[in-house]
Design a protein around this ligand. Structure first.
Ligand SMILES: Nc1ncnc2c1ncn2[C@@H]1O[C@H](COP(=O)(O)OP(=O)(O)O)[C@@H](O)[C@H]1O
Ligand SMILES: N[C@@H](CC(=O)OP(=O)(O)O)C(=O)O
Length: 454
């Protein structure tokens, strides 16, 4: 049996965290494949190494003196190397590697960012392998290229290619502990390409699927996935067991503890995922599985995410116009915009998109095309929206969840701009003003988990 263990940035942020992570790996002989992130925050207002690397890339791009930014990155690794008494040759090769990447990619912007960001996890994996060896383990650093992590050539947005799995499965036959850097793969033409931010979770999941692991353990800095973001509610209810579908909805809607794109690889192979705490490994954590016994409350979690806009259209007799919706979505597709939701009425249709996709000039262009090509009576954009998602497999078989939720929002004075219920069997979505999102989540939590904690 092989388990894949992934340590997030907070679990490998410094020497003390390395020690805890190594102890966890050594505590179970089945933990054979280890994925590490770049060093994360050691304290609340610390800066993640990935963000330091982005600052470095920004300076290189602008042609500024980048020695300060480069030194800030080097210092993070130097501290770990010194405190763990690792060979100093690791630091020399790290410095050489960073300079090499800057020289190679300084004129090639998206590649520069991907290559530098990826080096955060790459160098940390080398350190972790060296540390495990120092502790007497047979441990090997395995680069994503060597592992066979072949991805699409889409900078900062890689996706695994199906053929990668044929190669990844061979990792099962290798001896010792294999330490693989998270967050990136290599495209067919040999470029380093990163997954979206937080993507080391995705690497772990791909490897778990590739080697057909019995379990994918994702170590982070909380005892459990909680029913609501713990930054919003003190001591929220812990989730012991949830389904892939529930986690996918919650992760997509704002539970940053596990990347929403990390579910797809494990779902296909039905590999259970366990979210656990590096600082408290005795806690059971949260198990994410294909099916769970339907007991307890119908709602398991409430998440919210800000940064949406909605494009609202009105056209009399829209319902009779064959192909209207298709044409609208075609315009968005041609402008390279993916949409999130499309609620509609007889003469109205709204499309909700993430604001970050609307780079300068895009919105005007899309509105002009809608006016010209769809001949609508009205089109306008509403901004600063948040989507609040109430999730639970049990909702489909429970009467009154929607009533309870809308009552809670009304009593809290939250203006519901949009409701989407029924398109997903496991979730209900409320569109609210971003400024009211936290209030909405708190009041929904109170209403749905009343018997747990007020
Ligand atoms: N519902 C939730 N349950 C648990 N943690 C959550 C939730 N929503 C957001 N978080 C945040 O996710 C953090 C862990 O994820 P992340 O920062 O990506 O960790 P890592 O450094 O392990 O990658 C927690 O510290 C917590 O602040
Ligand atoms: N280091 C990358 C990838 C990652 O997954 O990090 P973390 O495990 O700290 O979320 C990031 O910050 O985006």
């Amino acid at each position: 049996m092989v388990k894949v263990v992934k340590f997030g940035g907070s679990s490998v942020a410094g020497a003390a965290q390395f020690t805890k992570a190594a102890e966890i790996v050594r505590g179970d002989v089945e933990r054979r494949i280890v994925v590490v992130s770049a060093p994360g925050k050691r304290f609340a207002d610390d800066i993640k190494t990935t963000d330091l690397l982005i600052e470095l890339a920004e300076s290189v791009k602008k042609g500024r003196d980048f020695s300060g930014e480069m030194q800030a990155v080097i210092d993070r690794y130097a501290a770990i190397i010194e405190e763990l008494d690792l060979p100093f040759s690791l630091l020399d090769s790290l410095k050489k590697q960073l300079s090499h990447l800057v020289d190679t990619y300084k004129e090639d912007e998206p590649r520069l960012f991907d290559a530098l960001m990826a080096s955060g996890e790459n160098e940390n994996a080398k350190l972790m392998a060296a540390y495990l060896r120092q502790l007497g383990e047979e441990a090997h650093y395995v680069s994503p290229e060597e592992a066979g992590m072949v991805v699409t050539d889409d900078p900062a947005n890689a996706r695994i290619l199906p053929e990668a799995y044929d190669r990844l499965k061979n990792l099962r036959n290798r001896s010792g502990l294999l330490v693989v850097p998270g967050f990136f793969g290599v495209s067919k033409n040999g470029h380093i390409v990163t997954f979206p931010r937080g993507g080391s979770d995705i690497t772990g999941s791909i490897l778990a699927a590739g080697v057909e692991a019995s379990l994918y353990e994702n170590f982070t800095d909380v005892d459990s996935v909680y029913s609501v973001n713990p930054a919003l509610i003190e001591n929220p209810q812990e989730m012991k067991e949830i389904t892939y579908r529930e986690m996918r909805e919650l992760a997509y809607a704002g539970f940053s503890v596990f990347h929403d794109e990390a579910l797809q690889p494990v779902v296909a192979e039905k590999i259970p995922v366990c979210i656990k705490n590096t600082n408290h490994p005795e806690a059971d954590g949260t198990l994410i599985v294909d099916q769970r016994e339907q007991k307890g409350l119908p709602v398991v979690g409430i998440a919210s995410d800000k940064g949406f806009i909605t494009i609202n259209l009105r056209k009399y007799l829209m319902n009779r116009e064959v192909g209207f919706g298709q044409h609208l979505l075609q315009i968005l597709a041609e402008e390279g915009i993916s949409f999130e939701h499309t609620p509609s009425g007889i003469d109205n249709m709204s499309v909700i998109v993430r604001e970050e996709y609307m780079e300068e000039g895009k919105e005007e262009k899309i509105l002009a095309r809608i006016r010209a090509e769809l001949n609508v009576e009205e089109v306008h954009v509403e901004r600063d929206l948040a989507m609040v998602m109430v999730v639970g497999e049990g909702m489909a078989r429970t009467v009154g969840v929607a009533a309870k939720a809308t009552t809670a929002l009304a009593e809290a004075g939250v203006n519901i701009k949009m409701i989407n219920q029924g398109s997903s069997e496991v979730s209900m979505m409320f569109g609210v003003n971003a400024s009211e999102a936290d209030l909405a989540v708190k009041s929904l939590y109170k209403a749905c988990f009343a018997q747990v904690k007020a």
